[in-house]
Design a protein around this ligand. Structure first.
Ligand code: HEM
Length: 237
């Protein structure tokens, strides 16, 4: 299924939304929440690493990894390498971001894994890691048989998109949860910080929507297959 819209054009909107979302989460963490630190007396600074790494590292880089495969006008092996390296960086930064949340909880005496957000978060990162490892083995090294690869490609695309949409939804849940904690602690519900956090979630969801739109859009090039892998992309689903 391919939507009749040029993938390359859609990616420009996605990149712009990515930049806006990154600036918003950095501005929030630094200007409103006191900054970022791995070691600090003020444990909130350790927590602040969590939304920054999850949004910029996991959601934005993960989205760029998905977009790159579909929209870059490059040869398939180059796109494959960019796709898997960007996903590896997104996964590593996502794991670091989750470690920051655990570190903040452990050093502040807060229990771990009590919320829906945290359960979905563990599910999403595990699914993402599972997806990356089997895909590396089957599609990159040592590589499966052509039959196995063509059979698994639609599953890879569908599971990857499912994990990604779940991650975007969970990031919105994280923003909501943190803002609710802050408002319960006295933060003005109609104040500038509340608007900043809510709009960060909205921009994140819009970015996710444009990533999904990119993968459903027409590929810029319809180059013939250059190896024994079928030449269909995410539009195969
Ligand atoms: C897809 C991206 C995200 C994933 C996979 C994720 C995952 C997690 C996990 C696993 C925890 C549990 C840590 C623990 O129990 O010690 C957690 C905690 C938390 N996260 Fe996220 N997170 C994401 C994005 C965000 C964002 C963008 C925010 C926005 C502020 C956020 C806010 C929170 C808050 C407030 C907690 C502490 C309360 C709780 O455990 O639910 N998260 N996150």
């Amino acid at each position: 299924m391919a939507v009749g819209i040029n993938a390359m054009a859609v990616t420009f909107v996605a990149h712009a939304l990515a930049v806006i979302a990154a600036i918003m989460v950095l501005f929030w963490s630094i200007s409103y929440r006191g900054g970022l630190a791995w070691e600090a007396e003020n444990k909130n600074l350790i927590f602040n690493l969590h939304p920054v790494l999850m949004l910029i590292g996991f959601i934005i880089l993960g989205g760029e990894a998905i977009i790159s495969y579909k929209a870059l006008p490059l040869e398939k092996p180059v796109k494959k390498l960019i796709h898997l390296v960007l996903h590896a960086i997104a996964l590593a930064l996502g794991i670091w971001g989750i470690c920051a949340a655990f570190k903040n909880h452990n050093e502040s005496g807060i229990p771990n894994l009590y919320s829906l957000h945290s359960w979905i978060g563990i599910g999403v990162i595990s699914l993402y890691a599972f997806q990356w490892v089997y895909s590396f083995i089957v599609f990159f090294f040592p590589g499966g048989s052509p039959n196995l690869r063509s059979g698994l490609l639609p599953w890879h695309a569908m599971l990857g998109l499912f994990a990604y949409i779940l991650a975007v939804g969970n990031a919105a849940l994280g923003f909501l949860e943190k803002l609710t904690f802050l408002e319960n602690g006295g933060l003005d519900k109609y104040g500038s910080e509340a608007f900043l956090v809510n709009f960060s979630a909205i921009v994140t969801i819009l970015f996710g929507a444009f990533v999904v739109l990119t993968v459903s859009a027409k590929s810029p090039s319809s180059s013939p297959p250059i190896d024994d892998e079928p030449n269909y992309s995410y539009s195969a689903i």
